[in-house]
Design a protein around this ligand. Structure first.
Ligand code: HEC
Length: 130
């Protein structure tokens, strides 16, 4: 059995539990690619990605916050980096659920992804780019 078959079985199980297990569910990077449509207004990712309204997002999962070169971050996000903020999966969950609540004074004008599974999927997608 391949790893992805196993994962599909696991995902099906999580679905049957109607979200009870979703906090532990793996994201689906392919679904995350569709979710990225909501981000691509401001962000690029992949080969040749450049900073736009928001910074390019290659390698962002696990990296220090506000560390993309050549992007002018808000004071709030620069300060968060100095205080040690790293984009762990947990922090990305919290930020993407509600950017303004996570970071007062941040500049990401995005309402947030309220669906936990969507956040799992987008984080899995982001993690495929080094
Ligand atoms: C309306 C434009 C906009 C949209 C839409 C948007 N972002 Fe952002 N994003 C920004 C800006 C601007 C920043 C920089 C924030 C700051 O400096 O406070 C940012 C910062 C980030 C960061 C932190 C990057 C770093 O280098 O620390 C991540 C991660 C991120 N966005 C992910 C996403 C994802 C994933 C989506 C889609 C679900 C998304 N953003 C949607 C504008 C946007």
């Amino acid at each position: 059995m391949t790893k992805s078959t196993l994962r599909n079985i696991f995902m099906a199980g999580a679905f049957v539990l109607a979200g009870a297990a979703s906090a532990h569910a793996d994201g689906d990077a392919q679904r995350g690619q569709e979710v990225f449509a909501k981000c691509s207004l401001c962000h690029e990712i992949g080969d040749g990605a450049a900073n736009r309204v928001g910074p390019q997002l290659n390698g962002v999962v696990g990296s220090a916050a506000a560390s993309r070169s050549g992007f002018e971050y808000s004071r709030a996000l620069n300060e968060a980096r100095r205080n040690g903020l790293t984009w762990t999966r947990e922090n990305l969950h919290a930020y993407l659920a509600n950017p303004r609540a996570f970071l007062t004074g941040g500049r990401m004008a995005f309402a947030g992804l309220h669906d936990e599974q969507e956040r799992e999927d987008i984080i899995a997608y982001l993690a495929t780019f080094e």
